[in-house]
Write a protein that binds this ligand. Structure first.
Ligand code: NAD
Length: 386
């Protein structure tokens, strides 16, 4: 990784705190899977059998794209899961292989590149493929995974267009495989509590909401600033969490939107995508939700104004460290590894043949909302969402 990309990811990580990495590393250190190291020839074979024994009733996950989220969050979380484990990797960067093999005890037969990825269909160790690539690549890899007969988790945003979402959903349906989106906050207690307080009308009807998510982005050459790869700017990357927060707190889908792009203080860096934007989503019952997404400002809140008071998360969307208040006082809820919970829930859904709470259809809904927000931003007009 070059220095530029390290610094850009540092600024992202600084805002999206990463406590679970350390927890994951601690788990790794005591995992002692090096019992069979006396003979190199047998090492690979025995690695496999040690893994099989440890992971007998777990579903095998293969991560596609070994970038910051896969390496910093998902792989360590897979050290804490009960129903799935890291069985394989798919990477276009051969230099990453040794590190991942060493850290996570992955046998050679479970390591793929983008060219031979489709042969994963013959590998019974892999039950679930988790696509963690730049946004515009999600559709291709989800469809290839489904065609290879694997269940799929796809990172957010699901795709760039609703049409791609349709193709992804159809491919999984045709293959008889499940599809879920990496919406980790559905498994995070503070956000789950926001959804409970809102949908159960604990403080009466929600009248208005406010949410913001943003961070100062670093490296100007990264894919997040390239419209072709990212689909757009901070709305695609972090604004989607505000949209999600509005939907799960109200339990509703929005019907219309107006939006406005923020000023570009760095025209070169943000030549392709917005630097920031604000939008106002209208939900049934005249609930108005104000969102803000930014690549230049640290923002991280989700607030609901209800008939009998305000409930809110003042630290809402990070990997850890959520904080919240209600009219009855501060929230005090368990701290969890969100990604471990999310992946375990999907593995249980697959095992028990029950629906996932975060299906492809939800991913498509959000992609449609994002498109409507951009349309409203570009036209300056109110856009209806159907
Ligand atoms: P990253 O840049 O750190 O990693 C991207 C990976 O894709 C790298 O391994 C890179 O080598 C690979 N890649 C393959 N083709 C590429 C190309 N043409 N250009 C650039 N990279 C290419 O990104 P990330 O932060 O790991 O994000 C990956 C996905 O995960 C995105 O869709 C992002 O929205 C999502 N994500 C989700 C969360 C979450 O909390 N759910 C957090 C971070 C990222």
């Amino acid at each position: 990784m070059n220095r530029k990309s390290i610094s850009s990811q540092y600024s992202r990580r600084k805002f999206i705190h990463d406590l679970s990495v350390n927890a994951g590393m601690a788990a790794l250190a005591v995992n002692g899977l090096n019992l069979f190291s006396s003979c190199d020839d047998n090492k690979e074979k025995n690695k496999g059998s040690a893994m099989a024994k440890d992971n007998q009733n777990k579903l095998g996950i293969a991560l596609v794209g070994l970038g910051n989220y896969a390496g910093g969050q998902l792989a360590p979380a897979l050290e804490q899961t009960n129903d799935c484990y890291l069985a394989g990797i798919v990477t276009g960067t051969p230099s990453k292989i040794d590190t991942w093999k060493g850290k996570y005890n992955i046998p050679d037969k479970n390591i793929y590149n983008y060219q031979n990825f489709d042969s994963i269909k013959d590998n019974p160790d892999i039950d679930i493929v988790y696509v963690v690539l730049p946004n515009s690549m999600h559709a291709e890899y989800v469809i290839r995974a489904a065609k290879a007969g694997k269940h799929v988790i796809c990172e957010k945003p699901m795709a760039i267009t609703p049409e791609d979402c349709d193709r992804m959903i159809a491919a999984c349906k045709e293959a008889g495989k499940m599809l879920s989106i990496g919406y980790r906050l559905h498994f995070e207690p503070y956000n789950v509590e926001m959804a409970r307080l809102g949908t159960k009308k604990v403080y009466g009807n929600v009248k208005k909401m406010n949410a913001g998510f943003g961070f100062p982005i670093g490296d100007p050459t990264q894919w997040r600033l390239n419209k072709k790869l990212a689909g757009g700017g901070p709305l695609e990357d972090v604004g989607i969490y505000c949209i999600q927060g509005f939907c799960y707190t109200t339990g509703l889908d929005p019907i219309a939107v107006i939006a406005q792009e923020g000023p570009k203080t760095d025209k070169e860096k943000f030549r392709d995508v917005e630097q920031s934007l604000t939008w106002e989503l209208e939900f049934p019952g005249n609930i108005i939700c104000h969102g803000k997404a930014s690549y230049s400002e640290g923002l991280n809140y989700l607030q609901a104004e209800a008939e009998k008071g305000v409930f809110e998360l003042t630290s809402a969307f990070n990997y850890s460290g959520q904080k919240g208040n209600t009219p009855a006082g501060p929230m005090d809820l368990p701290k969890v590894n969100q990604q471990a919970k999310q992946m375990d829930d999907f593995a249980q859904a697959v095992k028990n043949k029950r629906p996932t709470p975060v299906p492809g259809e939800m991913g498509k809904r959000d992609v449609k909302i994002i498109q409507a927000i951009y349309q409203a931003m570009e036209t300056g007009k109110k856009v209806e969402i159907r």
